[in-house]
Design a protein around this ligand. Structure first.
Ligand code: T46
Length: 140
């Protein structure tokens, strides 16, 4: 079972002039984009995240650099390396995530299915495991 889903998007161009990649709501990713944010100037080896979302779906990508994403569904863990600007990672609700910066100047870009809402975050791993056990995300 894959916890996240890699989506390889088009890469148009060449080595002489450079490349262009794009993706569209509902066509390339399975939701309407309501929010965009990005994380930058993060020192190498920093680890961020340590939370899950109750409802939010997100797509992560690294347009420059290399960031390792650990995903945990409470039973299994998987790591994904975001090391190509045209490689997207779809992360659904109910997934614990940790993001580790593998090279300096790496940038993490994210599009989200909803507006920022702190009450959608689960920032305590024990509570996350309890919700998994209770079947909070069953049927998702
Ligand atoms: C996620 C990973 C991949 C806002 O005020 N608005 C926003 O849209 C976001 C994303 C964050 N914030 C505030 C909340 C905190 O006070 O910015 C601060 C840093 O957020 P956080 O510690 O949650 O950052 P990360 O890097 O651990 O997690 C972020 C996202 O918050 C999260 O949804 O999945 O990136």
């Amino acid at each position: 079972m894959n916890i996240g889903q890699i989506i390889n998007i088009n890469k148009i161009g060449n080595n002489e002039y450079g490349f262009l990649s794009f993706f569209e709501s509902n066509n390339d990713i399975p939701f309407e984009i309501k929010r965009v944010y990005y994380i930058y100037k993060t020192p190498v080896k920093s680890v961020r995240g340590f939370h899950a979302h109750k409802d939010l779906q997100q797509v992560l990508w690294c347009p420059h650099g290399n960031i390792e994403i650990l995903l945990d569904n409470g039973i299994n863990k998987e790591t994904y390396n975001l090391d190509e600007p045209n490689k997207l990672l779809l992360v659904g609700s109910g997934i614990w995530r940790e993001m580790k910066w593998q090279s300096n100047e790496s940038i993490l870009c994210v599009v989200a299915s909803n507006y920022y809402d702190e009450s959608d975050y689960i920032r305590d791993y024990e509570i996350f495991l309890k919700l998994i056990k209770e079947g909070y995300w069953n049927g998702n």
